[in-house]
Design a protein around this ligand. Structure first.
Ligand SMILES: COc1nc(N)nc2c1ncn2[C@H]1C[C@H](O)[C@@H](COP(=O)(O)OP(=O)(O)OP(=O)(O)O)O1
Length: 179
């Protein structure tokens, strides 16, 4: 297991046997205007869906550094601070690798959002997310971001990548794990 993974603090014995691949997902906020920056994914996994910005954590970097790097690569923005809000685990039917996604928001960033090869950025009202064009899990945890809560979620997807057959999602007091 990747030493940066928090799976050992959250997962049950059955799922701990799976390989876990680490990802980040970050949502830039404009709190004054109550807006969030999403990107329309132009290629690859999640193509044609709106999402935050993120991707695989590389071998040499911390998870937070990976979140900042992906935000910059995909949107042109440089985060000055990060606020970790959640950990999501995704399991896909027939796939032996679990996705472990570390979810952040940032209200402090430099630069101007620009379209990149991977993402077309667009601002949305934080209460008006385009859930019909997002991953099916998003409406189940985004309200906790709005309420300032931290959360852990586990979602089991059918191989249509749309149907959620099982979910466990709940607020948590802290995302600092140790021991
Ligand atoms: C299954 O449900 C998902 N919901 C949400 N909200 N976000 C998800 C879901 N599954 C994956 N994601 C996120 C996690 C990452 O931010 C991206 C996927 O990263 P990607 O595969 O694009 O990783 P990159 O390193 O950018 O890929 P390249 O190798 O193509 O550059 O989606």
């Amino acid at each position: 297991m990747d030493p940066r993974s928090v799976a050992k603090y959250i997962e049950d014995a059955e799922h701990l046997q799976m390989a876990h691949r680490l990802y980040t997902l970050i949502f830039p906020l404009d709190r004054q205007a109550n807006r969030v920056l999403l990107g329309m994914k132009k290629r690859g996994f999640g193509k044609n869906k709106y999402n935050g910005f993120g991707g695989k954590v590389e071998a040499h970097e911390t998870i937070a550094a990976g979140a900042m790097r992906e935000l910059h690569e995909e949107s042109g923005l440089s985060a000055r601070s990060l606020d970790k809000h959640g950990i999501l685990f995704f399991y896909f039917e027939g796939d032996s690798v679990a996705m472990e996604v570390h979810v952040y928001v940032t209200g402090e960033y430099a630069g101007r959002a620009v379209e990149t090869d991977e993402m077309r950025p667009e601002w949305f009202d934080m209460d008006g997310m385009p859930f019909e064009k997002m991953w099916a899990d998003d409406p189940e945890w985004w309200p906790m971001v709005l309420e300032g809560k931290r959360f852990v979620g586990r979602f089991w997807f059918k191989n249509d990548m749309v149907t959620i057959t099982r979910r466990e999602v709940a607020p948590v007091d802290s995302l600092e794990f140790s021991g």
